[in-house]
Design a binder for this molecule. Sequence first.
Ligand code: SF4
Ligand code: SF4
Length: 411
Amino acid sequence: MNHKSGRVSIVKCRDYDKKNLKEAIKRCVGLIGGFEKFLDPQSKILLKPNLLLSAPPGRAITTHPLFIEAVIENIVDVTGKSENILIADSFGPATPYNKKGMEKIYGTTGMTDIAERTGCRLNYSAEYECLSNKNGRILKRTEVIKPVIEADVIINLPKFKTHNLTVISGAIKNMFGIIPGFNKVGYHLRFDDLEKFAGMLLDVISFIKPALNIMDGVWGIEGEGPGRRGTPRNVGLILASSDAISMDIIMSRIMNVPEALNPFMEVLKKWNAGSYMAEYIEVAGEKLSDTIIHDFKIPEGAGQKRLITNNFINTYILPFVRNSLNPYLYIDYDKCSFCMTCRSICPHKSITSDNKRIKFNRRTCIRCFCCSEMCPEGAIGIKYPFLGNLIFNWLEMAGKLTRKRKKPDSL
Ligand code: SF4
Ligand code: SF4
């Protein structure tokens, strides 16, 4: 993989006031060449927001509708029309990827209102095709939703979020939504190791490369993201780049995530894609060091999950001890509505129910955390074993692992 470093622009924007938002997005994209550089009036434009699940915009789980509307207005200023703009996403497996599911998601996330106000179109087709990706390192074939295949220009509109499995969820992870509905669950099974999963996501973003990425970081999610267990936070930033990987590396720096805990960085290093080290990425607009949020909460177990694949542990610690390092799931029964979404989406059939109790099979669970991500009530939490914490802290002290969140140097 011969990656070139990219340019990422950062612009401040505190709230979703439409007029300010439109101006801030224009300024942000202007710093990387302007909308004109990416658009042609004849192009079929696909907007790919994050519509993970059926949640209202205030939860900050999905790309805010006013943000998308401001992007559309900027596009129309250049192309003169909105009817060639299509909004499409294949959301998380908790909602069926069909017309009914789309209507539900579009209604709750505010997409229906945007389409009415702007005249852009919403995708209602569940069709997809299986494409071969011969340059993929891990993923040689993948199913891709039709609107993505048919688009001339893809504009990726991710959210600024943490993720229980991949630690960060930005532009790279958002493109996982080009894989249709429940098929995504199968990818968790096939790539059940974090490094392989991150590598697969890097293959997806290199295969279907958005022309432009504009990140809604006005409100983001910290803590146990990317779903309802996460906590909304007013980050007050918009990011833009033609390169999704560079964008996520900068997002990760703003979140103050140590490089060693970012699985994408680890894979890129192994792939020898050295140009993705933060020092090779050009930042425009705000000075990166001024935007870093030193107390941004990353998922609690981010460091511990690295332990499970850590060479030192694998070499020196016995497998039975390693098993007891694994995080485990628990249910908050005050929140659980017994909707059984978790049971139906679990790729490994590791969830059963019995007399109004949800049970996890810790032996077969692959720790993909899809159940926690998709639970509509935010009722599934993740706990980290005492032993794991103990060893993790010891390794940190011994300098074998690092999660220390130091003040980063400016780029
Ligand atoms: S834990 Fe969540 S997804 Fe599972 S049954 Fe309860 S509310 Fe539904
Ligand atoms: S129980 Fe949850 S974390 Fe475990 S395999 Fe099933 S969906 Fe993934």
